[in-house]
Design a protein around this ligand. Structure first.
Ligand SMILES: [Zn+2]
Length: 381
């Protein structure tokens, strides 16, 4: 058992920090949280051996999530996702995993890998302790139509209800955590129009149906107005990007309780000063659409990518600091469906947390500077 003391707790649920706090952990999970002196029943020498760790008056908050990344997409001299061989990509992945941990990101949702098994293999290596990194929740390769977004960087091409059902079943058999579909064209796929729809609503419905049968959610890459609506009506869990979201799209998202992952940060990789869809994202936020933080870019390319994302979300939507933090913690865990174990610092959940010098509820730049990072109560930075 470990007992952390001398810190202020940002649980991810409350508007204010809990000062003079302590937190007891065992086997990776939080057993109990309190304030003031640690009770004798915990510290007395006759109880099981316990390690007391002082956090020197600093602040702790839940480890952050990146709900939209591509851990193995390698960028070198531009944005050719297929550049580099397997060895280069593997080195890049390992650097990304370490960079995420250093940045205080303890959970990532990988939305489109190159090849079939890259991220599934990574998950196995993480579980076996061969490598270190954040928890991974992965879609494996994305599904796309013939000539559609990502067809040249390892996405699985399928057309029509029969083929999309088979492709979804195959991915579930391979062990993916969710399914990612390209509902519209994408900027990096030659010949694609980002405003044009790709899968039809009927095809996305078939994918959602197959995925939901096995308790898997579907995330839809969607820029175009109609593609967003097709995906929402088909029942996807989240719209990724949502660039040309219109009023009807917002109403549909509200009706279907669909999440939005705006991915503002990817523009930083291309020196884009302002994300193209700040008006659309603000409209969604004002309408009460649930938002989760995803960057669409890895931290070796844009350092502190998640810290960037939450700052931009607050800046362009008017979210409070707590709400912005929640997009990368509590909300993110809800979107992934892992909120009974992760996302907030409460008894029963895993002790995945970061230690900051400043209070992020007052200064949203604080998550740029994690001093320490813990996974399951074990220090990783
Ligand atoms: Zn993406």
């Amino acid at each position: 058992m470990k007992c952390f003391k001398d810190f202020s707790l940002i649980s991810g649920c409350d508007e204010t920090a809990l000062t003079d706090a302590w937190m007891l952990t065992d086997q990776g999970r939080i057993l109990e949280i309190g304030t003031g002196e640690i009770p004798e029943r915990i510290t007395q020498p006759l109880s099981a051996s316990i390690e007391i760790i002082s956090l020197d008056g600093k602040y702790i908050m839940p480890g952050m999530f990146d709900c939209h990344t591509h851990i193995g997409m390698y960028m070198q001299e531009g944005f050719n996702l297929m550049e580099g061989d397997d060895t280069e990509r593997t080195v890049f992945i390992l650097k990304n995993l370490q960079a995420y941990l250093n940045d205080g990101v303890t959970f990532i949702r990988d939305l489109g890998a190159i090849g079939n098994t890259q991220t599934l293999t990574l998950k196995k290596l993480l579980a076996a302790g061969v490598i270190e990194g954040p928890h991974i929740y992965t879609a494996g390769p994305m599904l796309c139509v013939t000539g559609g977004h990502g067809h040249y960087f390892g996405s699985r091409v399928c057309d029509g209800v029969v083929e999309v059902k088979k492709a979804t079943r195959q991915l579930v058999q391979d062990g993916v955590d969710l399914i990612k579909v390209a509902a519209s064209g994408g900027g990096f796929t030659k010949g694609n129009d980002v405003r044009a729809s790709q899968f039809d609503q009927e095809e996305i419905e078939a994918i959602v149906h197959e995925a939901n049968k096995r308790q898997k959610k579907v995330a839809a890459h969607a820029h175009g107005t109609e593609a967003i609506k097709n995906a929402v009506r088909a029942g996807v869990a989240s719209i990724e990007h949502g660039t040309f979201l219109d009023d009807e799209g917002v109403s549909l998202m509200s009706e279907h309780n669909t999440w939005l992952v705006p991915t503002f940060t990817i523009g930083k990789a291309f020196n884009q000063p302002v994300p193209p869809h700040i008006k659309e994202v603000k409209k969604a936020y004002d309408a009460g659409i649930r938002i989760a933080a995803g960057t669409d870019i890895t931290p070796t390319i844009v350092p502190h990518n998640v810290a960037w994302e939450i700052q931009e979300l607050a800046k362009y939507t008017g979210m409070s600091n707590l709400e912005a933090i929640q997009t990368a913690t509590r909300n993110a865990a809800q979107l992934l469906g892992v909120d009974t174990d992760y996302g907030t610092l409460e008894a029963g959940k895993y002790a995945d947390f970061i230690v900051l010098n400043e209070n992020p509820l007052e200064d949203l730049s604080a998550p740029w500077r994690p001093q320490q990072v813990y996974l399951g109560g074990v220090r990783k930075k």
